[in-house]
Design a protein around this ligand. Structure first.
Ligand code: PEP
Ligand code: MG
Length: 583
């Protein structure tokens, strides 16, 4: 058996080792045949029976959901039920059977292809991906039309294999199928299609099993029962691994599982140092569905919601209503916990339309973030209105990216006040006290942080850009990646200045760049006085574990010593000491 590996998009971390359980792809098995005019009624009745059976199955599934099942599961099933009973799926195929004298499977597949083509024309990436739901519902009906034997055989095979760890290999997996298989406790999911926001990915994340999507041909290349390794963190699948590779991954898996198990114990524990200093650990999110992971991680709020993903890969901007719905969804889902929403940070490595040629000589220093929004005030206006409207439904805070001078801030506040006034005049409710904060990610803003602290309600340090602009290193250029160092004394001093300015004016300050989720830097940041850290949800528990084992007054002393140094070579060993790596 030859060993080979495949690469996809890892959507849920962890390592699984097990045997492939291939799920058949019913849609590929649909054939086309003509029926006699006299058989039309019988064919339509067969179709109606299949729809009825699937409806019954889905309702049963919903009724049998375990109490501790993730809340989104019942929402998924409701969506599938709504699609199944929609006329476009439950009625239109009957007309096709009648008019084209074809079999029910074929008629349904034709209708599905039509619907999918309509979805493909939608510009919004999130909505476009929902076409998978239509495909999954149709698959269920086709499986019933083709006979349940296949499904039963698959179930039987699984029963026999229950003692072994199984990895589900499919073209796609519907959430309803996934829950049905849940009691078999798959060790991982891998699929040919899907994206980060696909329901399968969302489900895999909420079930906390490793998962990789977009593998393209896994279902074709992997044979049923083959041994395989799934590394969800790296997005790698290794089929028929050599004994050495297998041993290496077994070790990795054990270590990972042990660490995760231990960490889960502190999910609801407050992040407080040994000497009683509390640190808020918040989540960074990119799309509204990320709130599921944010909540599951034990985050006490959203510290950074990067709204630009709502604007990307499309030709039309999302209008106020579409934005409002996305922001409201997050605000409500966080149930009263703070949700910090950043206004559009577009430009540099984040282009609105990736096909557009960038003409700026130096886009990272060009019309980016707040500069772009001030140049296009109508975009800012509709985003402010959407954010303010959402503030009525939760604890929303607004964050302005890439400020470098006070004039920008004042202009921004003027537009903000205008958006408020327009809502007041229309009698649309919003939180009059919604706080407005600024990202400190340009060295000028850090050096002049006093001024920003005075005029803003809170500050948030964007260390990704602060490092890029301080050290003159393009964060996206791998040729200079080795020079990108958060511990450079100049970077640490700028962070220190920002913390001091915030303290002087009694304003909250956080770090929301990648530094916040790096456990090697947690103790340093806490020692420097940082009390709020916002990071990818996957890092929250390991950062919390660092905090629980630290004594703030010891960290503060050592941080002062580190801050007094101007030589990176002297800083490195002290960081190691701070982290307990050398004594
Ligand atoms: C940052 O610059 O640190 C930051 C959080 O923003 P982004 O990574 O989106 O630029
Ligand atoms: Mg930034």
């Amino acid at each position: 058996m030859t060993s080979f590996s495949m690469h996809g998009v890892g959507v849920s971390s962890g390592i699984a080792i097990g045997h492939a359980h291939l799920i058949s792809h019913a849609l590929l098995e649909v054939v086309h045949f003509k029926i006699e005019a006299s058989a039309i009624d019988e064919e339509i009745a067969r179709f109606e029976r299949a729809i009825g059976l699937v409806k019954h199955d889905l309702e049963q599934l919903k009724a049998q959901l375990p109490k501790n099942a993730p809340a989104e599961l019942s929402a998924f099933i409701n969506t599938h039920l709504a699609m199944l009973t929609d006329k476009s799926l439950s009625e239109a195929p009957k007309a096709i059977i009648r008019n084209e004298l074809c079999n029910a499977e074929w008629a349904l597949k034709q209708q599905m292809d039509d619907i999918v083509a309509q979805f493909d024309a939608i510009e919004d990436a999130y909505l476009r991906e929902r076409k998978q739901d239509v495909v999954q519902v149709v698959e269920r009906v086709i499986k019933v039309l083709l006979g349940r034997d296949q499904l039963a055989a698959s179930e039987k095979k699984l029963q026999a294999r229950q003692e072994r760890a199984m990895i589900l290999v499919a073209h796609d997996v519907s959430p309803a199928d996934a829950i049905q298989f849940k009691h078999h406790q798959f060790a991982a999911f891998i699929t040919d299609v899907g994206g980060v926001t696909s329901h399968t990915a969302i489900l895999a994340r909420s079930l906390n099993i490793p998962s990789i999507v977009a593998l393209q041909r896994a279902r074709d290349l992997i044979n049923d029962g083959e041994l395989m390794i799934v590394d969800g963190s790296e997005g790698v699948v290794i089929v028929n691994p050599d004994p050495e590779v297998l041993a290496e991954y077994q070790l990795k898996q054990n270590q990972w599982q042990l660490a995760q198990q231990k960490l889960q114990r502190i999910k609801t524990t407050k992040a407080v140092t040994v000497d009683g200093v509390a640190i808020d650990l918040l989540a960074n999110i990119e799309v509204p569905d990320d709130v599921v992971a944010a909540k599951a991680s034990g985050a006490v709020g959203v510290g950074l919601y990067r709204t630009e993903f709502l604007f990307m890969n499309r030709t039309e901007m999302p209008d106020e209503q579409e934005q409002f719905e996305a922001y409201k969804h997050v605000a409500e889902a966080m149930k009263g916990q703070p949700v910090t929403i950043r206004t559009l940070d577009i430009g540099a490595d984040k282009q609105l339309n990736p096909d557009e040629v960038v003409t700026a000589i130096n886009p990272a220093l060009g019309l980016r973030a707040v500069r772009y929004c001030l140049a296009e005030p109508h975009i800012f206006h509709s985003q402010f209105r959407a954010l303010l409207r959402a503030s009525h439904y939760g604890q929303v805070k607004i964050l302005i990216p890439m400020l470098s001078n006070l004039a920008e801030l004042r202009q921004t506040k003027l537009l903000f006040a205008r958006a408020k006034e327009s809502l007041r005049q229309q009698g649309i409710p919003f939180d009059e006290q919604v706080p407005i904060g600024g990202m400190i990610e340009v060295p000028a803003a850090a050096i002049n942080a006093d001024a920003f602290a005075q005029e803003l309600d809170f500050l948030s340090i964007g260390t990704n850009d602060l490092i890029q602009y301080t050290l003159a290193i393009d964060r996206a250029d791998d040729a200079v990646a080795h020079l990108y160092n958060p511990l450079h004394p100049a970077v640490l001093r700028l962070i220190q200045m920002t913390i001091a300015a915030a303290a002087k004016y009694d304003k909250p300050v956080s770090v929301c760049g990648e530094m916040a989720g790096d456990i090697k830097l947690t103790r340093l940041l806490v020692g420097m006085g940082m009390r709020q850290l916002s990071m990818h949800p996957a890092h929250i528990l390991s950062v919390k574990s660092q905090i629980l084992q630290s004594e703030e007054n010891v960290l503060a002393k050592q941080a002062r010593k580190i801050l007094s140094l101007n030589d990176l070579e002297k800083i490195d060993p002290l960081i190691k000491k701070l982290n307990g790596e050398v004594h």
